[in-house]
Design a binder for this molecule. Structure first.
Ligand code: PLP
Length: 486
């Protein structure tokens, strides 16, 4: 039996899918954010034996309805859980079209227009964050993979030794990667996957605002060098995932320039906020990075997945990732570009990720994106202010970007929560779970100075100040239900 559907069948399936997506976009703000379902129950509802024979399309779509209903609705305006954006509709449509085209964006030869669009999109992203216009870049699956590719690139750039051939054992000294104690876990994963090991990471101290101590960095690099260690790179963070802290990028760039060490900035979450007037100069030095991670699937409101790595010197990517093979030799004439993405990243086959960014920027415009980011930051500042002014919540960290870390401290009839720190931690932990179960809002957590914090991340163009107020009301309501009232 052929697996080519008839035009009428394609139309029926396609229209049903479009109807579903339209209805989902119309109603997702009213759904309980998280399903009240257990894993055994869900497995028994969804698990089926291999469908050997074709099934009725309507029945498949009906079953898909159950899949859709039993996920977390990340586009909900009170989804405060993670640095996870709501998908903008043009991005959703573009992903569908990218799959329909099924271009394999391995090289210009394989996908001439898609490659050209990706170059275009990389140029736009560089402009939006203030990166060197002569730099290069590539779209990847996300921030973790971009950080991995950045450290692989920095490692090759740190020595004349051909590491691709000789391996990390040939590094001229014990490797060192400098990062703050707040750095994202993807850096540790990259270090272990790249064979330098997590022990290569020097966790530098942070100040009271959770920002890397640039003086400690300078002293550490100097001391390590005297002991014969080999610096691979410094990883600074522009928007840390715990509190949104922005490391002192200019001071760190000075240290790196002075020491001749590669500066990678992990701006997976925060870099696109460089355009916001509320962030001001804190990200002005982003353009001094040798490499920068940024995630369009966070603050460009692109649907998953879309990460990006920018590099000041595009040849550095080639040095890290070029690998020849007969079957990828580009046989070309002078009219065709011999550009190949496989020389610039670990991937060979690649989907047309640039299309959703192209659609989003064309249909909304960069100004609307900047304004939406600005509104997210304003909502976070509002939430932090209300928390600070309340008697039953306590702000646990500054909120420079769009993450607010706080906890419920109750009121005990007007006075502060009288429990021990451990009891307050335990209560807030349970409170977070109960709020998630409640379904009206969704929160995650962070550890701040060893204490359990409720963490609200605002990376969603639908979230308003009223949603932030309602989050606090929900927490109060759930706390009262747990036997701890205001
Ligand atoms: C600072 C930072 N770096 C890296 C990552 C990892 O990004 P991804 O989830 O796209 O792999 C995140 C994710 O939140 C992040 O906030």
């Amino acid at each position: 039996m052929s697996i080519e559907l008839s035009h009428a069948e394609r139309e029926a399936l396609g229209r049903a899918a479009l109807d579903f997506a339209l209805e989902y976009f119309r109603t997702q703000s009213t759904l309980p954010i998280y399903p009240s379902v257990g894993s055994a129950d869900l497995t028994s509802r969804l698990a089926r034996s291999l469908p050997v024979e074709p099934q009725d399309m309507q029945a498949v779509l009906k079953e898909f309805g159950e899949v859709a209903a039993n996920g977390r609705h990340n586009g909900h305006p009170r989804m405060f859980g993670y640095v996870q954006s709501a998908a903008s509709f043009p991005g959703v449509v573009a992903d569908f079209l990218a799959s329909a085209l099924n271009q394999n964006v391995t090289s210009w030869r394989s996908a001439p227009a898609a490659t050209t669009i990706e170059h275009q999109v990389i140029d736009w992203l560089k402009e939006m964050v203030g990166f060197d216009p002569n730099g290069g870049g590539i779209l990847l699956s996300g921030g973790s993979f971009a950080n991995f590719a950045a450290i692989a690139t920095a490692m090759r750039a740190s020595t004349d030794v051909d590491l691709n051939r000789a391996g990390v054992a040939a590094l001229p000294g014990r490797p060192r990667i400098y990062a703050s104690a707040m750095t994202h876990m993807s850096i540790a994963k990259a270090a272990s996957m790249l064979g330098v090991g997590k022990d290569a990471i020097v966790a530098l101290p942070v100040d009271g605002d959770f920002r890397m101590d640039a003086r400690a960095l300078a002293a550490q690099i100097e001391g390590d060098r005297a002991e014969g260690h080999h610096a691979i790179c410094v990883v600074a963070t522009a928007g840390d995932v715990n509190t949104g802290a922005i490391d002192p990028l200019a001071a760190i760039a000075d240290v790196c320039a002075e020491a001749g060490v590669w500066l990678h900035i992990d701006g997976a979450y925060g870099a696109l906020a460089a355009q916001s007037p509320q962030v001001g100069g804190a990200m002005a030095a982003i353009g001094r990075a040798d490499s920068l991670t940024l995630d369009p699937h966070k603050w460009l409101y692109a649907p998953l997945d879309a990460g990006c790595l920018l590099v000041r010197d595009p040849s550095a990517l080639r040095r890290a990732f070029t690998e020849g093979a007969d079957y990828i030799d580009v046989v070309t004439d002078r009219e065709m570009s011999d550009f190949a993405y496989w020389d610039h990243s670990p991937e060979l086959s690649r989907r047309f990720r640039a299309l959703k960014i192209w659609f989003i920027l064309k249909i909304h415009g960069a100004r609307a994106i900047r304004d939406a980011i600005d509104r997210n930051i304003a909502v976070a500042h509002h939430l932090a202010r209300v928390v600070q002014e309340s008697t039953d919540f306590e702000l646990l960290a500054p909120a420079p970007l769009s993450i607010v870390c706080f906890r419920f401290v109750g009121s005990d009839g007007g006075g502060p929560f009288s429990g021990s720190p451990e009891r307050i931690d335990a209560f807030n932990k349970q409170l977070m779970v109960e709020v998630q179960r409640d379904g009206d809002a969704y929160l995650s957590n962070a550890m701040i100075h060893g204490r359990f914090a409720l963490r609200a991340c605002i990376v969603n163009y639908r979230t308003t100040m009223a949603d932030a107020d309602r989050l606090l009301e929900t927490i109060r309501r759930v706390a009262a239900r747990m036997g701890r009232g205001v």
